[in-house]
Design a protein around this ligand. Structure first.
Ligand code: ADP
Length: 193
């Protein structure tokens, strides 16, 4: 299997690049943000709980997020690999993901961080908020908090993979195809087994 953690702050372009990577490498894309939003749309209990955090730009508690992610992985037993997008966002999530991969006799192959400066992120989130209808994108205070939470709680997750020799970074500013090409170059350094 090839299991990628696509990492980076809100607005870095993880969702856009994930779609392209899925097409090229036939991986299963699991975006915790998308799954939470589906639950909100479906009016589930999980959706109501997640929303109370997402609306403030806070992280949904680890226990809830990890359980949900495990259930999504279990639904895809024939997958040739996964792209984890928006997960892990904390060290406990990274540790839980390692344990889950071990249980499936596999492991995280690599992490790639998309590097985007903060002022560009803020611009992108506001733009996305205009047509995505995502309430968390439209509010400057919430956006600011999401970026702050990223620095405070999430950025450290990169160290977890760095210490395992699995960390890579790719410039996330430029046109979508150029960024995709850079990602593929890193991906192609790993044998598909
Ligand atoms: P972005 O990366 O642009 O913030 P996402 O769609 O990945 O967008 O996430 C939206 C929101 O969903 C986050 O601000 C957070 O509240 C919640 N969320 C997503 N993934 C996680 C996670 N792994 N752990 C906790 N909360 C999460």
């Amino acid at each position: 299997m090839l299991n990628l953690v696509l990492f980076g702050p809100p607005g870095a372009g993880k969702g856009t690049q994930s779609q392209k990577l899925v097409d090229k490498y036939q991986l299963v894309h699991l975006s915790t943000g998308d799954i939470f939003r589906d639950n909100i749309k479906g009016g589930t209990e999980l959706g109501t709980l997640a929303r109370s955090y997402m609306d403030k730009g806070e992280l949904v508690p680890d226990e809830v997020t990890i359980k949900m992610l495990e259930a999504e992985v279990a639904k895809n037993e024939n997958a040739v690999g996964f792209i984890f997008d928006g997960f892990p966002r904390t060290i406990p999530q990274a540790e839980a993901l390692d344990r889950l991969m071990t249980k499936l006799n596999t492991s995280i192959t690599l992490m790639i961080e998309l590097i985007v400066p903060e002022e560009e992120l803020t611009k992108r989130l506001i733009l996305r908020g205009k047509d995505s209808g995502r309430p968390d994108d439209s509010n400057p205070d919430v956006n600011g908090n999401r970026i702050a939470v990223y620095h405070k709680q999430t950025a450290v997750a990169a160290n977890h993979y760095n210490s395992q020799g699995k960390y890579h970074k790719v410039e996330g500013v430029g046109d979508i195809e150029t960024i995709f090409h850079s990602l593929c170059k890193v991906m192609d350094g790993y044998a598909m087994v």
